[in-house]
Design a protein around this ligand. Structure first.
Ligand SMILES: [Ca+2]
Ligand SMILES: [Ca+2]
Ligand SMILES: [Ca+2]
Ligand SMILES: [Ca+2]
Length: 604
């Protein structure tokens, strides 16, 4: 396995990889129709190893495509599932999955390491999992959307989708409006007046603006754009750490066609060993850490005293952080991710609430990795110096301006008591925009007339939607080659079982002792610790086939093994067999995620 890693890291390989990727999709973001055409074109270029199918349809009747790269026998080999667009406003992840399909199909038969990879590992790739939501990226007015089009009463006022955005200045973008008003809480930021900050009255600051997302208060409830069209977020609708009644979570877990399609696909493909997602829940730059377990909601309500004395009965049971035995593997993979992509200074990952990648680990029981492939790079001190090298990137932030929820999203998760650096990410974004002369990325505050405020001075302005979450199209290529290298490496790390050290001894008369090792020559264990607990992923099954003239003195003909460690980990099995000499038996070891091995042994 180390050898294959070296091949993937060789400069020859990287050069070829860049050649492959640049020969295919251009530097652009693909609309759903364009993406569908690109997939069809790619798949038809390698019909023997690639196919595309729909796993479900969205509310707006878009098919959710899954591309299988792996040939006729694909479903019988261990597999990696790759999901793009889990956060529908981060189109970059979707683009990267599309380029990985192209990378595999273009390289197959031309680059030995890719041919070998595709011949041994199946890739299921879902490039855009919530296409209705992502399509807003290609429409006007433009706003960052994460939710699908399910009619949803986001503000729970019994009206549905009653107050969406309006493009008040007609520039095709939904940004912000600020209204001069002494009762407002906002002031221009002293460091850069383009940014609005909340006045800190304790420091003598006095608000002079009210700040809203761009639009009118359609239902006259003194809230602006609080219930836009749709919707449910794909990445908030899964059962792990599901937030009931929260915005974007949906009526219940797996309530949407998108989430159901993906969950069904997972459960019907027991051969999926590893799940990889692009999302801000990143666990590759910010590896999961072991934390104390949480209790169930009932246990949490017990008094600490009761919990203390009834430790056994009320020991916390909910698994909410990576299991000990899994952590060493997940941290190794994240280390390799950082080594291969050379990324540094990543932002903190967002905590999953009903997120797909966490469900894939905690409930589906598979190794689950998720990467945030891009963030706003740090600009060095010198004026007009652009640091495009991703190794200089640092702390990005979340989206700014109106999100799908129609709420101000200046900084997620912070209340009114901001810390001094509350606006650091916005300041950094402006520096980056200025350095790159991306004038269109920040809309300068401009006066408009607004019938909600006929007597006030109203201005529209702010960050262009998607600017902070998606790189400019011409930077996609650099990101593609890094991510493809990692995914190709990851594909070589799956568990693989072999039968080794078979030994036959004649004990006496017609009794033979048969001893064998079932070894795992892949890197990852044959099951994660969580998978062993969750029981959705199967352990290795060993079968001993006897003829009708043979019988067992001890041992079983069917054995389910404990998970076998990676990198040559093994388990020994011993049978006593009553048989005539020179007769044979057949040992089979199989697991959907680790392949199968068979050996026929003559007893002599
Ligand atoms: Ca409503
Ligand atoms: Ca709504
Ligand atoms: Ca506008
Ligand atoms: Ca309203």
């Amino acid at each position: 396995m180390n050898r294959s890693f070296k091949i993937f890291r060789s400069s020859y390989f990287l050069i070829f990889l860049i050649f492959i990727t640049s020969a295919l999709s251009q530097n652009k973001y693909h609309s759903y129709d364009e993406m569908t055409k690109a997939i069809e074109r790619t798949v038809s270029s390698q019909k023997d190893i690639a196919k595309v199918e729909s796993i479900g349809q969205t509310i707006e009747k878009r098919d959710i495509w899954v591309v299988t790269v792996g040939g006729k026998d694909a479903d019988n080999r261990h597999a990696v599932l790759i999901v793009g667009g889990a956060e529908a406003d981060r189109l970059i992840g979707s683009e990267l999955t599309l380029r990985f399909i192209e990378f595999l199909t273009a390289g197959y038969g031309k680059v030995d390491s890719i041919t070998q990879l595709v011949n041994t590992t199946t890739f299921y790739i879902i490039p855009r999992v919530s296409p209705d939501a992502s399509e807003t990226f290609f429409r006007k007015p433009l706003y960052a959307r994460t939710a699908n089009t399910r009619p949803t009463d986001d503000d729970k006022d019994t009206s549905i989708d009653e107050d969406g955005f309006e493009d008040l200045n007609g520039d095709g973008l939904i940004t912000m409006i600020r209204v001069k008003d002494n009762r407002g809480e906002w002031i221009p930021h002293p460091e850069d007046a383009r940014i609005m900050k909340k006045a800190e009255t304790s420091k003598g600051e006095q608000g002079i603006y009210k700040l809203f997302t761009e639009g009118i208060d359609n239902d006259k409830d003194e809230q602006w754009n609080e219930d836009v069209a749709g919707g449910v977020d794909f990445n908030r609708n899964f059962p792990h750490n599901y937030q009931f009644f929260s915005r974007g979570a949906g009526q219940h877990q797996i309530s949407e066609p998108e989430t159901k399609a993906v969950a069904d696909f997972c459960f019907s493909h027991t051969n999926i060993a590893v799940v990889f997602t692009y999302s801000s829940n990143d666990n590759l730059m910010n590896p999961w850490k072991k934390e104390p377990r949480q209790g169930t909601p009932q246990e949490e309500q017990l008094s600490p005293r009761r919990r203390m004395f009834d430790d056994e009965e009320f020991a916390p049971r909910l698994i909410t952080s990576v299991m000990d035995r899994d952590e060493e593997y997940t941290s190794y993979v994240s280390g390799k991710y950082q080594e291969i992509t050379k990324l540094k200074g990543a932002p903190q990952s967002t905590k999953g609430e009903g997120a797909f990648s966490e469900w894939a680990y905690y409930h589906f029981g598979r190794w689950s990795f998720t990467a945030n492939p891009w963030w706003i790079p740090e600009i060095e001190q010198k004026k007009d110096t652009v640091v495009s090298d991703s190794t200089k990137m640092k702390k990005p932030d979340d989206k700014k301006g109106p999100g799908s929820d129609g709420k101000l999203d200046v900084k997620k998760g912070k209340g009114p008591e901001e810390k001094p650096d509350e606006y650091a990410d916005q300041l950094k974004t402006l520096k980056w925009i200025d350095s790159n002369k991306m004038d269109e990325a920040f809309i300068r505050w401009t006066k408009i007339s607004d019938k909600d405020f006929p007597d006030k001075e109203v201005e529209v302005g702010g960050f262009k939607p998607y600017v902070t979450t998606n790189p400019p199209a011409d930077s996609i290529e650099v990101i593609v080659s890094k991510q493809n290298s990692f995914l190709a490496w990851l594909g070589t790390k799956l568990p693989k079982i072999e039968i080794r050290n078979v030994k036959v001894e004649l004990i006496g008369g017609k009794v033979f002792r048969l001893t064998t090792d079932i070894a795992n020559t892949g890197y990852l264990p044959t099951n994660s610790a969580i998978g062993d607990k969750a029981r959705w992923s199967r352990n290795v099954k060993v079968t001993l086939k006897l003829s009708k003239h043979q019988s067992l003195g001890s041992g079983k003909t069917n054995i389910i093994l404990e998970p076998i460690k990676g990198n040559g980990g093994r388990q020994e099995i011993v049978w006593l067999i009553v048989s005539s000499p020179e007769e044979s038996v057949t040992i089979t070891a199989e697991s959907p995620v680790a392949g199968s091995a068979t050996q026929t042994v003559t007893l002599k």
